[in-house]
Design a protein around this ligand. Structure first.
Ligand code: ATP
Ligand code: LTN
Length: 334
């Protein structure tokens, strides 16, 4: 608890350009939570280097991500929005927790398997211990809830296992976090292959709608989205393409699936796809305006970063001190 509020922690990697999946599966849910909880949202730049990054591009992406958090509606005064790499406690606790994590557990992680298949020339140890660093992120802030997309559920489970193992040895050190999964948009699929999740690192750019895509690009991508050979707008397991578009449409418009099915009853896919594009653009356009304003205001953004770094460090170091003591590291009063 911080200020009598439960703590919520989440973040995104500063790799690639954010997609509508990131927004609907994660960011959008964060917006509704910041009144009720004490929230920390990291730009997960330590995690990003598990895949090679071009330094200049990476720096820009990380800053854009931070600005996008704010543009999407997260108030940087009420929420602690910060860079993971600015708080060294993440890397320190990550190492300590490595020593409380079994290789057998890490071997089961599906994200590791997927990413090593994708980056077979660079299967590094960081990619392998990625979930342990993620556990450190969450446990440092004694988070009660972690809002993420369904794809991160396995990482959350290992976080709980590590925390419980540590607590069983040393007493109540960590809060055991729970996942928090939004109902709509929990898993947005690729527009080109609805059996795959929409992902910012997908090579096929037509599969993903990026938050920075302009109006015409969104229309074009929606028009090209894979559907099926009949023409019925109906939510069903055997219609993965149409069902995915319905998920996107309802998440962006606030309508229910039933309402949407009724709205497009007897109408073809062409009309439906245009309506999906319009709903998406109505979400993206205001975000673009805010983003442009924020990213230009260097002084404002730098000020926010400094303040929030300090806040994050304060809470993270509090937990780290406790952990160091429990483990038995030697600290002397200074
Ligand atoms: P990458 O392609 O680089 O692995 P990603 O697009 O999967 O990236 P992450 O940075 O791994 O995105 O995830 C950021 C957040 O967005 C996480 O909470 C994740 O669960 C959520 N998320 C990512 N993709 C989707 C999706 N298609 N649908 C719903 N949520 C998603
Ligand atoms: N692995 C996460 C990003 C992430 C994260 C976290 C999310 C890193 N550390 C801590 C929540 C809490 C992902 O979304 N791919």
């Amino acid at each position: 608890m911080i200020n009598d509020k439960k703590v919520l922690y989440s973040g995104m990697q500063a790799t690639g350009n954010l997609t509508l999946g990131n927004y609907l599966g994660a960011l959008k849910n964060w917006l509704t939570l910041n009144e009720e909880y004490e929230c920390f949202f990291g730009v997960m730049d330590l995690h990003s280097i598990t895949v090679r990054q071009d330094p200049a591009e990476f720096r820009k992406r990380a800053r854009n991500l931070l600005a996008l958090y704010i543009a999407a509606g997260l108030d940087p005064v009420k929420n602690c929005i910060y860079y993971q790499s600015h708080v060294s406690a993440h890397a320190e606790l990550g190492w300590i927790l490595d020593c409380f994590t079994y290789m057998g557990e890490l071997n089961r992680m599906t994200q590791f398997k997927d990413k090593s298949a994708k980056h077979s020339d660079n299967i590094n140890a960081g990619l392998y211990t990625y979930p342990v660093l993620m556990a450190a992120d969450i446990l440092l802030y004694q988070a009660d809830y972690v809002p993420v997309g369904k794809d991160q559920q396995q990482h959350l489970e290992i976080t709980r296992d590590i925390a419980q193992r540590f607590n069983a040895i040393y007493g109540d050190v960590f809060t055991i976090p729970e996942g928090y999964y939004g109902k709509k948009g929990a898993k947005v699929m690729s527009l080109q292959d609805p059996s795959k999740k929409m992902s910012k690192s997908d090579e096929n750019v037509n599969g993903s709608i990026y938050l920075m895509d302009d109006v015409d690009t969104v229309v074009r991508k929606c028009k090209r989205a894979v559907t099926d050979s009949d023409s019925e707008v109906r939510y069903s397991e055997d219609k993965p393409g149409v069902s995915n578009l319905l998920e996107i449409y309802t998440a962006c418009s606030g309508k229910s699936i039933e309402e949407a099915e009724k709205e497009f009853d007897g109408k073809g896919y062409g009309e439906f796809k245009l309506a999906v594009a319009e709903a998406v653009n109505s979400v993206l356009e205001p975000m673009h305006k805010e983003f442009d304003r924020i990213i230009k205001d260097k002084e404002y953004l730098d000020g926010i970063i400094k303040e929030n770094d300090d806040k994050a460090r304060y809470f993270a170091n509090k937990t780290l001190r406790k952990v160091r003591k429990k483990v038995g590291f030697t600290d002397i009063p200074r």
